[in-house]
Design a protein around this ligand. Sequence first.
Ligand SMILES: [Zn+2]
Length: 255
Amino acid sequence: MPHLDPEQLSLLALYDDWQDEYSREHLGSCGECAADYAALRRAVDAVKTTPDSSSLEAPGPHVWAGIHRELGLSPSLQEDPLAAPQGEAPSAEEALPPARPQSLDEARVSRRRKAAWWQGPGAWLAAAAAVLLVAGGTVWSLNRAPDPVAQAELTPLAQFSATGSAKVLSAADGSRRLEVKLSKDEAQGYQEVWLIAPDLSRLVSLGVMNSDTGTFEVPAGLELADFPIVDVSDEPVDGNPAHSSVSIVRGTLNT
Ligand SMILES: [Zn+2]
């Protein structure tokens, strides 16, 4: 079952009544997503506390510039929406000296009317929501190592005792890498990492591993299902590029 993406998590965190039964069900059964959701919820609760807008300062233009850049918005939205309009003639009401309020209530009303639109809680919530979407994506990408597209337990052969694991991770650009982790390096010569066909008739060398861990590019176009066996061999330094036929560990990817 795929994890929820940052947008789904943010929408769920922002709106209690967001209709998304699938995602809410997933939250109930997935600890990772539930933890991300809880973190976003705390952020939402923090910004939903209505601020005392009378003492708020208008955010400087750098704030919008930051939001604009983070969200990768189009150039047509570059202008700070909170910036005071340039060169606009003052309205008749603004040009006249303010009439002295008759009562405290009237003073309050007139002051509220004078409050800039950005002092309204709606504008702040919208801005907070935009920031939250960015934060959500960041939390998500920092907390989540990408899910492996395939993995294997590596178990020792014959006279060896090392154990380990291998996983194939896929990058956004479609490239894949194989991460190998062993409990120890038992090679008499050096370790070489291979992907091998199920009948052991064909094999691809991914490279040399000089310690107990290594990361290897998987050749583009290679079908993991055709070469699902991960093998780490013990290779003598003899200049022969073929597999020595001495395997230290081996395991099959769950493709
Ligand atoms: Zn999940």
